[in-house]
Design a protein around this ligand. Sequence first.
Ligand code: ADP
Length: 285
Amino acid sequence: MAQIIDGKALAAEIRANIKTEAAALPRKPGLAVILAGEDPASQLYVKNKVKDCAECGFFSRRIDLPVDVSEEELLGILNKLNADSRIDGVLVQLPLPEHMEEKRIIEAISPEKDVDAFHPLNVGRMVRGDSPVWPCTPAGIMEMLKAYRIAVDGKICVMVGRSNIVGKPMGLRLLRDHGTVVYCHRHTPDLAVLTRQADILVVAAGCKGLIHGSMVKEGAVVIDVAMNRDPETGKFSGDVVFDEVEPKVSYITPVPGGVGPMTRAMLMKNTLTLAKLHMGLACEH
Ligand code: ADP
């Protein structure tokens, strides 16, 4: 029987600590969130981000733009936010409308306000191992491992998925913390051979039911990042077949209530970190 990693409870604890820390700063940390278009899921995410800012005592600015906003207009807004001293973090909600070049927009955010750590300069810092902030999902997973005293040093870590937002930075972070990292993806010939080696298995493929009980090692730590929404019931489930895997492993994250709430909390933590850096206060990386 595994210990279930309670991301929801941990995220609430982290938010409370962030609030206390923010209240002691000379000014409020500030986050700007930009949404172009009216995608309902994106609208909900943005609403929650603004709500989390209020809960943590942060200053926030929400900027809603029409779906046909020009790239030049958005770049102009980003320039202003880059120069705004109340704003520590700038987040552009993805996906962007199709006519926009995502790379160009991400690169227009000042690397020092790049709260998601998507800017290539910060990606380079991640490769080097010293980025001040890491993308929210990998950052949240590291907080979970820390809270449950799960060491990475010396462990075989298998990362299923290699997206720029989750898989790649997650693997880099595990590597930085002295894990031995294997990346698996769509072109991996025999996934099970590799997942069975994992002491720590992180799954972010967006493929419901991908990881069966036979694919994990006894006593492994299993982190399920996916949020697969059933179109009929609207319920969310992960990539891991929980009922098969849970009896075999030592720790497992549930979906929902695992990685999701932690990802959300880490946006606040990253904003706080950038705010402290902008105020000249020391931060641990
Ligand atoms: P996210 O942003 O949540 O990481 P993406 O859809 O961008 O999700 O990326 C999914 C990743 O999962 C890709 O790297 C892809 O290669 C990997 N993947 C998808 N299906 C499988 C599979 N069946 N086996 C192994 N890897 C997979």
